[in-house]
Design a protein around this ligand. Sequence first.
Ligand SMILES: [Zn+2]
Length: 151
Amino acid sequence: MHQHTYIYTHIIHTYIHTHIRTYIHTHIRTYIHTHIRTYIHTYIFFPNIEDRLKLRINPTPNFTAIVTGHGNIKTYLHKFKIIENPTCPCNKEDQTVDHTIYSCKLHEQERDRMKASIIKPEHWPVSKHKLVQKYYNNFKQFTDNIVLNKE
Ligand SMILES: [Zn+2]
């Protein structure tokens, strides 16, 4: 009886040990990896947490996709094998956050409107950090008015 209990405990112990290790290796590492990438991406927009807290952010799907790099952005959807082709609807380049903000022809009109309101004291391209910090309203309007990908 005692021996049985010992073996049983040992089996459970080994089972838990192996499975927790596997779990850590697959799930947690993937989770951390994904979140660090999101964090790094978002960090470009918000280098310090105080700035981020000062802004009263009212996130919309496009704004969130652009600031986090996660969402309806083709390079993101492609990376997670949701779509086969990361090419932007403009057919010039892959649809990345930078392409969307700074170069996509499809968003030229909205970009020009944003630039017109901020270009006087600045030289374009204005950094992503500045776009969010100093020109939040203009940038937010830009992200809300562009059509990223028709779903
Ligand atoms: Zn494009």
